[in-house]
Design a protein around this ligand. Structure first.
Ligand code: PAF
Length: 282
């Protein structure tokens, strides 16, 4: 595996592949790789000749009160995982390389950036769109692979790629869960043992709301409110629980068939997000 820590070195490494017109699948990450990332990389390997993985804890997507400094950084172990998966290149740039002092440009996907997770984390999605756009420009992949766990992020990136005419296919991969349904996330490492058990209730609440919708309950506001009340009663501090149209994340109407329910809730010091996407029976 090639290990690139600078933009110049990345360009030199990609040059040969470009010369031979080899296709590139790209998996952007912030490291602390878990089974969810491994699945993305395995799928990426089936989609192109070369696989590039980036590890960059992007300061621009963390707010003042977010966990930038305590975000788990496990580069050695991550590199071992990537070697074992036979990834072709690991791009691990410095913040100075990515955000030189003179940089003035931010990529912002209105209005989605300011909804749902964007309410509690102002600026977060501008940080995500900016870093992903930069990485796309640097790596020029044919396809980029993201987890569906952050459904809002995935949707926002699809919109950015469409709006900026970027010639990149975006592939969303099903969320990997533990045996109790908890979505895998680097942030799960912040949960205590008791909180880990409690955290499973988030997906159960999503599943319950889905059951209501597919059994023709039509009062979406009531379903959302019941879920919020149940999460509060179980010790969560819910931020939102929203039934949306899955293509653009607008609030779902009764005529919509492709649905995603999005939620974010705090448990102790940990902020958890999850979602469930499904087609309504006709
Ligand atoms: O999902 C993540 O890990 C990050 O938001 C991403 C896409 C790597 C951008 O920093």
């Amino acid at each position: 595996m090639i290990y690139s820590t600078s933009i110049q070195n990345l360009h030199d490494s990609l040059h040969e592949w470009r010369k031979h017109q080899e296709s590139i699948a790209f998996v952007p990450t912030m490291g602390n790789l878990h089974a969810g990332h491994i699945e993305l990389i395995k799928i990426a390997k089936t989609k192109a000749k070369r696989v590039v993985v980036s590890i960059f804890v992007n300061p621009l997507q963390f707010g003042e009160h977010d966990d930038f400094t305590r975000y788990p950084r496990t580069l050695e172990e991550d590199s071992r995982i990537l070697e074992a998966l036979d990834a072709d290149l690991l791009f691990h740039p410095t913040a100075q390389d990515i955000y030189p002092e003179k940089a003035q440009t931010i990529v912002s996907v209105h209005n989605l950036a300011n909804q749902y997770c964007g309410v509690a984390r102002p600026g977060h999605f501008d940080g995500v769109a900016t870093i992903v756009c930069k990485l796309f420009n640097l790596i020029t992949p044919t396809i980029a692979v993201f987890g569906c766990k952050d459904f809002q992020q995935l949707t926002l990136i699809k919109i950015m790629v469409r709006d900026l005419h970027l010639p990149i296919e975006i592939l969303g991969v099903k969320t990997i869960r533990d045996t109790h349904g908890l979505a895998l996330s680097s942030r799960n490492s912040y949960l205590t043992e008791d909180e880990t058990k409690q955290a499973r209730l988030l997906y159960q609440t999503l599943t319950h709301a889905k059951e209501k919708i597919i059994t023709h309950h039509t009062d979406f506001t009531k379903i959302e409110q019941t879920a919020i009340d149940n999460l509060k009663a179980a010790g969560f501090t819910p931020e939102y629980f929203k039934i949306c149209r899955s293509n653009d994340l607008e609030p779902a109407q009764l005529i919509d068939n492709e649905i995603v329910i999005l939620t974010a809730a705090r448990l102790g010091k940990t902020r958890l997000i999850d979602n469930i996407a499904f087609s309504k029976p006709v």
